[in-house]
Design a protein. Structure first.
Length: 135
């Protein structure tokens, strides 16, 4: 059983957090903290100037609302939104906050994943804690 579980989520039609949340509920110790984390990718500087701060803030609020709904589905659930590179930020979060398990969803890899590696592959490769991959 784990006491500090990290469940990164992405809002994509191909990825739903349901299976990862089910695993989190199954492996969480009594009183465990389950962090539902969404990483907003940083905008490149050439694109950032075309997006208003108001739009970015509204998007962040919308994401947080959805995350709060997801976190409410898990005992000890809490929602967090951060900005950064997805794999790197997930790994840094887990290290900084002492997570003992990351539950990451994966999709069937495409050609680009074989060359570049997907987020789930990077998390599995570099995490300093247990990682459960859900498909």
């Amino acid at each position: 059983m784990y006491s500090k579980i990290l469940v990164p989520v992405v809002f994509d039609p191909d990825h739903t957090p349901d299976a990862a949340l089910e695993v989190a509920r199954a492996i969480a110790a009594d009183g465990a903290r389950v962090t539902i984390l969404h990483v907003i990718e940083e905008l490149p500087s050439y694109a950032a100037r075309y997006v208003s701060g108001e739009f970015i803030e509204k998007s962040r609020e919308d994401v947080m609302t959805r995350l709060d709904q997801i976190a409410a589905m898990v005992p000890g659930g809490e929602a967090m939104v951060v900005t950064g590179h997805s794999a790197r930020t997930i790994l840094e979060w887990a290290d900084t906050h002492g997570n003992d398990c990351i539950i990451v969803s994966s999709h069937k890899p495409g050609v680009q994943d074989y060359f570049l590696g997907g987020t789930a592959a990077r998390v599995v490769r570099y995490a300093q804690c247990a990682v459960h991959v859900v498909r």
